[in-house]
Design a protein around this ligand. Structure first.
Ligand code: ADP
Ligand code: UDP
Length: 238
């Protein structure tokens, strides 16, 4: 069998139900738009476990998502969606491309979260776009965009509070949304939420617990992800 799609970090497989997909997490890691690559044993399992726990938490809090159920250690059943070609980034502290773009030092907290939109295009390097681009490119209607912003800020509130209880600061993260094939007039949260697409800093030490360890060759990527998973599990059990 062939996957419907193989990306940098996951494979998407068809199922017997045309409205559902099997999402398989791979052990591959990439950074800088795919220029830097490596394979980490166990990465698929860790990201799958973290993402499933986060999606279940969001569903419990009333955020509609594509999550259906975890199938096994590296696979999740999800509702098949038409992904919106807009990536939504929320930032609570300055880091990454925000610092590059502005010259502002890493770690500066914002008075309010920043919501940012990028055009989901590997060929163009996911460029930053704004509301007017999104309207003219017909990536989403103004009403849908308002919904994306609201949903992203709600996820930020929920996850910021949850990760704080885990002793982690949610610095920034990227979300993807889609229109389910079964209900194309609605929008749900899709893709994954894991330390691949979130910056998480230890609240006490400031230690990086996310993919920046790979981007910056700090080492200890999988031990950091394992620690994030352990803290999430302990917090959910508490
Ligand atoms: P990339 O495409 O950036 O290399 P991945 O390796 O994570 O990323 O591939 C997963 C792909 O599946 C992404 O393009 C993502 O937008 C898409 N996707 C995520 N969730 C769903 C879903 N529920 N239905 C359809 N596509 C999805
Ligand atoms: N991010 C992501 N995929 C992308 C771009 C960004 O998951 O294609 C995440 C990234 O991990 C970080 C946040 O979004 O948590 C903000 O990323 P930034 O714009 O700073 O990009 P970077 O320069 O770090 O790639």
């Amino acid at each position: 069998m062939q996957p419907l799609y193989e990306g940098k970090a996951k494979r998407m497989w068809p199922t017997d139900d045309p409205q559902l997909l099997r999402m398989e997490f791979k052990n591959d890691a990439t950074a800088f738009n795919g220029e830097k690559k490596a394979v980490f044993e166990d990465k698929g399992r860790l990201n799958c476990a973290i993402s499933c726990l986060i999606y279940q938490l969001l569903e419990r809090e009333g955020v509609p998502t594509h999550f259906v159920r975890q199938i096994d250690a590296t696979q999740v059943e999800v509702r098949k969606v038409r992904i919106l070609m807009v990536e939504v980034i929320v930032r609570n502290l300055a880091a990454g491309s925000f610092c590059k773009r502005t010259g502002i030092e890493e770690g500066r907290p914002f008075t309010r979260p920043i919501v940012e939109f990028c055009y989901k295009s590997d060929a163009l390097g996911d460029p930053l776009i704004n509301d007017d681009y999104i309207r003219e490119m017909e990536l989403a209607t103004p009403e849908e965009l308002a919904h994306l912003r609201g949903a992203a800020l709600k996820v930020n509130d929920l996850l910021g509070a949850f990760f704080a209880k885990c002793g982690l600061r949610l610095v920034d993260f990227k979300l993807e949304f889609g229109r389910p094939e079964s209900a194309p007039s609605t929008i749900v949260l899709a893709d994954e939420i894991s330390p691949d697409g979130c910056r998480l800093w230890d609240l006490q030490t400031g230690e990086r617990m996310d993919k920046d360890r790979f981007r910056r060759d700090l080492g200890g990527l999988m031990p950091a992800y394992e620690e994030v998973l352990g803290r999430i599990r302990r917090q959910l059990d508490a």
